[in-house]
Ligand binder design. Structure first.
Ligand code: NAD
Ligand SMILES: O=C(O)C(=O)C[C@@H](O)[C@H](O)[C@H](O)COP(=O)(O)O
Ligand code: ZN
Length: 378
């Protein structure tokens, strides 16, 4: 069961995974206090390895590293802090960068008690998380998400990994963080395009799981675009609750329940890969991918056209793309065949039946998939 609580300092969402359960702490002015949260949760820590996106190194990673280094812990002693930065952007989710980081952890004397702290967006969380999953067969890590997308999605749930040139997230591991520390004030430095991209995954939760939340998003889209703190905290907490609940039911996507989080992603990953990593931000590709998936659902008679209409209006209101003029089914389909949901050589899709509910569908006619792509090629 997902529990949520609100204290003076932080709203907490629990990710319920038996002995791998952890807390998501959501605050608005606590980066300075993150060192205390890390020490309180991982009391025996003596060595922290901070892996930061270069764009947030000075603003957010350095102060956190300094606070950890200077923490007064009495007999527990000082914490040794190692720190490195990673070039911004999707192309850093590569085998080369993964290897560099492993060598760096080793050179810094990392051992099984060392803790990796990932400071950045989804790229850093996925990459650093996979380093944590792999080094010494797995060491602890903490997620400090600095993009909206990472706060509502990628920092939670333990999917870590890197890309192959032809397939997104094709190499990786399920490895849960020990703690997720969200401070919405770090979004003050996030450029608009990256910020809006995170709203795509927020909309996703409304479509797949929470029709009431979808209604809320429709009536608060302009507040969210304007980064209104109240709307933002609500959207982050609600998204984290949805994700925590789904992950708690199906941690490793074995029962099919977790696959709902992949709504729009079979198309989105093919868009990202065929356009060239970094051309579209992940959330932008997800926005277009959700449009293609909703179109496919309508064409298959699974849902009403009003769903696509409402989804389109909300995506537009959030400043995100709904179509892709260069969409090419001939290029996208071979990439889609490498989607991790493919079973026995057949594509499977998460398709909406109504707002707030989706089904996992296999054995879909390829012509219908091509049609849906072409209909969104505008
Ligand atoms: N593991 C999961 O469950 C999961 C879920 C969703 C997405 N993802 C992955 O997440 C990645 C996308 O994450 P993203 O959208 O956070 O992109 P990102 O990590 O590339 O960050 C977007 C941009 O914002 C910059 N940035 C980050 N924080 C900043 C800040 N506070 N101030 C200024 N600049 C900042 C980065 O340098 C980058 O240029 C994709 O690789 C996607 O596949 C993973
Ligand atoms: O957490 C999940 O499960 C998701 O599917 C969340 C997605 O938003 C995310 O983009 C994820 O990385 C996609 O995973 P993949 O298994 O399709 O590579
Ligand atoms: Zn995603």
């Amino acid at each position: 069961m997902v529990t949520s609580s609100q204290g003076p300092a932080a709203e907490c969402v629990n990710v319920p995974l038996a002995d791998r359960s952890y807390r998501i702490e959501i605050t608005s002015d606590a980066v300075g206090g993150f060192a205390d949260s890390i020490i309180a949760s991982l009391g025996d820590v003596t060595h922290v390895l901070v892996i930061a996106d270069q764009a947030v190194e000075q603003s957010w990673a350095n102060p956190l590293a300094a606070a950890l280094e200077s923490a007064e812990r009495g007999t527990a002693g000082a914490i040794r802090v190692s720190q490195t930065s990673v070039a911004s952007g999707e192309t850093s989710k590569s085998i080369a960068e993964f290897e560099r980081l492993l060598q760096w952890v080793s050179a810094e004397g990392g051992d099984r008690r060392s803790v990796i702290v990932a400071v950045g967006g989804g790229v850093i969380g996925d990459l650093a998380g996979y380093v944590a999953a792999s080094y010494a067969r797995g060491i602890r890590f903490v997620q400090v998400p600095t993009t909206l997308l990472a706060m509502v999605d990628s920092s939670v749930g333990g999917k870590t990994g890197i890309n192959l040139p032809t397939a997104k997230n094709m190499v990786g591991a399920f490895w849960q963080p020990s703690l997720v520390l969200v401070d919405t004030s770090v979004l003050s430095t996030l450029p608009d395009r990256s910020y809006l991209s995170g709203l795509a995954e927020v909309i996703k939760y409304g479509v797949i799981d929470d029709a009431e939340f979808f209604d809320y998003l429709e009536s608060h889209a302009s507040d969210l675009v304007a980064r209104d703190p109240k709307a933002l905290r609500h959207a982050i907490a609600r998204s984290c609750q949805s994700k925590a609940s789904v992950v708690g039911e199906d941690e490793r996507e074995t029962s099919g329940r977790r696959a709902i989080l992949n709504y729009g992603h079979t198309f989105a990953h093919a868009i990202e890969s065929t356009a060239g990593y970094g051309t579209f931000l992940h959330g932008e590709a997800v926005a277009i991918g959700m449009q293609m998936a909703a179109q496919l659902a309508i064409d298959l008679g699974m849902c009403d056209a009003t769903l696509l209409d409402r989804q389109t209006k909300l995506i537009v209101a959030c400043g995100l793309p709904t179509t892709w003029a260069d969409a090419d089914p001939d290029a996208m389909l071979p990439v889609m065949m490498r989607d991790k949901k493919v079973a026995h050589g057949k594509l499977r899709f998460i398709l909406p039946t109504r707002l707030g509910a989706v089904d996992l569908l296999g054995d879909i006619d390829e012509a219908a998939v091509r049609d849906a792509i072409v209909k969104l090629k505008k």
